[in-house]
Design a protein around this ligand. Structure first.
Ligand SMILES: C[S@@+](CC[C@H](N)C(=O)[O-])C[C@H]1O[C@@H](n2cnc3c(N)ncnc32)[C@H](O)[C@@H]1O
Length: 372
């Protein structure tokens, strides 16, 4: 079985890296094909585990907006590379449109042979999503497929809350006919926006990035996860929602108590919170992973300590409290020379993503582990 993923295009590398990390963590074996920016084809998922894998991806991924089951897919002849002189640009555009629409007309004829009754349950909707600005009559083709399905099944079109949702996705060289089996809870990342939590404090991390960082740390259900600069608990909420056991601590008791209120609000119960300076941390049980956003001294206080010293002392302390091979995902400002600290403390870098927040801050997300 194949899945098609529509991903956020807000960042070049994070959505794909998050996906690769979750596939590896959850032992989902599949061939990954990047069709175009924001469109990923997962090929040949194991049949017996397929529905389970589909659900896991829908539940875990932050930077993926939709997951679709591929009914069938087609290669399209790409006319874009034809080398015809500029004078003929207008002509090329028109002939491209014709060419692609002609190809689609032939493909749509073959849609009549699909056993639609296996996919459609009483009411349905059809939507077409275009990538690469492919020049086609979107509504015309949606109606055309709707007509084919109606004729084959006698089902009725319902644009709101249909029982079956068919989606056509087209890029410059692929067409996918898909069905949505599990909806992602897109509202989740709205509902958990920091200002909607019972305890709010400025400087909280955006929940989608927090989820992405949790996933990059390859956390499994039941793993023990630590955020030693827990603030309002944004990272712990995301780790808790994917089934991790949580340890949070903060030097500020107001933050520790606020995290407590926020975790309870989201129904999370498997946690321990400490009012603690990270430099004094001595955990009885070593944790499986650490995900954290230390203070940079820009919007969140470092308690008068130089930001570089905080990172050094924090990583030194974490090295003693994390299991061998445990993954640490941290955010830092790009003005900080983290590599120098990693070298000194014998950590190795697995991957890194840069996110421009605003004019004066670029955040760097680093995924690291202790050198063996
Ligand atoms: C950037 S905020 C964390 C934001 C958090 N990710 C959130 O979403 O709310 C950094 C936190 O580190 C805490 N902090 C500063 N120095 C610390 C230290 N030495 N040990 C533990 N916590 C510290 C601050 O009180 C603050 O709550």
């Amino acid at each position: 079985m194949d899945l098609l993923l529509i991903q956020s295009q807000e960042h070049q590398t994070l959505p794909l890296s998050e996906l690769k990390a979750v596939l590896e963590t959850e032992n989902i074996v599949s061939e990954i094909k990047v069709i175009t920016n924001g469109l990923i084809h997962l090929k040949n998922l194991k049949n017996e585990k397929y529905i389970n894998s589909y659900q896991i991806l829908a539940r875990r991924l932050g930077y993926t907006h939709e997951i679709l089951e591929v009914i069938t897919d087609y290669n399209l002849e790409n006319t874009e590379n034809n080398t015809i002189k500029d004078d003929f640009n207008k002509y090329i555009k028109n002939s491209d449109e014709k060419n692609i629409e002609n190809q689609l007309n032939i493909i749509f004829e073959s849609f009549k042979n699909i056993e639609w009754k296996e996919y459609i349950n009483d009411t349905f909707a059809v939507r077409l999503k275009r990538f690469d600005k492919v020049p086609i009559d979107t509504i015309g083709f949606e109606k055309k497929l709707g007509g084919i399905i109606k004729l084959a099944t006698k089902a009725t079109v319902a644009l709101n809350n249909p029982n079956s949702f068919i989606k056509l996705v087209i890029s410059k060289n692929k067409l996918f006919l898909t069905i949505i089996r599990f909806k992602l809870n897109k509202k989740h990342f709205q509902e958990v926006k920091p200002h909607k939590r019972p305890f709010f404090y400025p400087g909280s991390m955006n929940p989608k990035l927090a989820r992405g960082m949790v996933n990059l740390s390859k956390i499994k259900e039941g793993d023990l996860v630590l955020d030693p600069f827990c603030g309002t608990g944004g990272i712990l909420i995301e780790a808790g929602l994917i089934g991790a056991k949580l340890i949070g601590s903060d030097i500020n008791w107001k933050m520790k108590n606020g995290t407590n209120i926020n975790l309870e609000h989201y129904g999370l119960t498997d946690y321990k919170l400490y009012h603690l300076d990270v430099r004094e941390m001595k955990l009885i049980d070593k944790v499986d992973a650490v995900v954290t956003d230390p203070p940079y001294g820009i919007s969140s206080s470092t308690g008068g300590e130089n930001s570089e010293n905080i990172f050094y002392q924090f990583l030194d302390s974490i090295a003693k409290n994390i299991k061998k091979d445990g993954i640490i995902t941290i955010a830092s400002p790009d003005s900080l020379n983290l590599d120098h600290i990693l070298n000194e403390l014998n950590f190795e870098l697995i991957e890194r993503h840069k996110i421009k927040m605003h004019k004066s801050l670029t955040r760097v997300i680093s995924v690291i582990t202790k050198k063996s």
